[in-house]
Ligand binder design. Structure first.
Ligand code: NAP
Length: 248
């Protein structure tokens, strides 16, 4: 992967941060996307550079198409695109469907689904052999919520991740003879800030006993699978949805 560029959306914290650092270890030059936490993104860049890797931080709210276009232009200025990690995603406060506003639903679907598909659009335009590109890899971040449905918590979030699963299978088949592999990871309960942003900072630890392995996962444990899918070791793997969930 030496010298190829990997774009990681939401690379400033959590799973994206770990994936960005892992991708750099694999030899990718990493574009660390972030929504607002510039300091966190710069810290990831510094950490990669301290290990002799190359990285830049680029502000990109994946809910805004112009930001996505700018993100990929910045990537073009950094080198030849070889990978996209569609990691940026949000939850919202836990609630029932009969309490959900249209505004909440539009925000959730716009960031989690539309943002991921638009990022993939930009990546395919650059990587597909049909467009003169060298091929590449896309890894989408889904969730086991897609299979559980998350009743009483955030059915909307679960549905957005169900869409990511379907999108992964469809895009993989669409570009499989154009040099691009597309896969998804479905993490289970992972110890990151996302639970606090859903209004429940202790959620993951509180539910640890419900997981067959009786513990939450770490961002690194998810990133290991992301990075494997980005590597040539996964050269015959496409259209696959891979659970990293401690058996959940
Ligand atoms: P996190 O700790 O909350 O980190 C979120 C990252 O995404 C941050 O880098 C944040 O940037 C960025 N981000 C947030 N909103 C964004 C937006 N609108 N546009 C671009 N970037 C945005 O999240 P995480 O737990 O690592 O989750 C990463 C992915 O894994 C998500 O797709 C999530 O749905 C999925 N997932 C997580 C879990 C879990 O238990 N943690 C389980 C299943 C699936 P700033 O730093 O600038 O805010």
């Amino acid at each position: 992967m030496t010298g190829q560029v990997a774009v990681v959306t939401g690379g400033s914290r959590g799973i994206g941060r770990a994936a960005a650092i892992g991708a750099a270890k694999l030899g990718y030059k990493v574009v660390v996307g972030y929504a607002s936490n510039e300091a966190a993104a710069r810290e990831v860049v510094s950490q990669i550079e301290a290990s002799n890797g190359k990285a830049i931080a680029v502000k990109c709210d994946v809910g805004i198409e112009a930001d996505i276009v700018n993100l990929f232009k910045a990537a073009d200025g950094f080198g030849k695109l070889g990978a996209l990690v569609n990691n940026a995603g949000v939850v919202d406060k836990t609630t029932r469907v009969d309490e959900m506003s249209a505004e909440r639903l539009v925000r959730m679907m716009n960031i989690n689904i539309v943002g991921s598909i638009l990022c993939a659009r930009e990546a395919v335009k650059r990587m597909s052999t049909k467009h003169g590109g060298p091929g590449g890899v896309i890894v989408n971040l889904s969730s086991v919520a897609a299979t559980l449905g998350s009743p009483g918590l955030y059915v909307d979030y679960a549905a957005s991740k169900g869409a990511i699963d379907t999108f992964t299978v469809g895009l993989a088949r669409e570009v499989s003879d154009e040099g691009i592999r597309v896969n998804a990871i479905r993490p289970g309960l992972i110890d990151t800030d996302i639970h606090a942003s859903g209004g429940e900072p202790g959620r993951a630890q509180k539910l640890a006993h419900t997981i067959p392995m009786k513990r939450v996962g770490t961002a690194d444990e998810v990133a290991n699978a992301v990075v494997w899918l980005m590597s040539d070791e996964a050269s015959y793997v496409t259209g696959t949805i891979f659970d990293v969930s401690g058996g959940r």
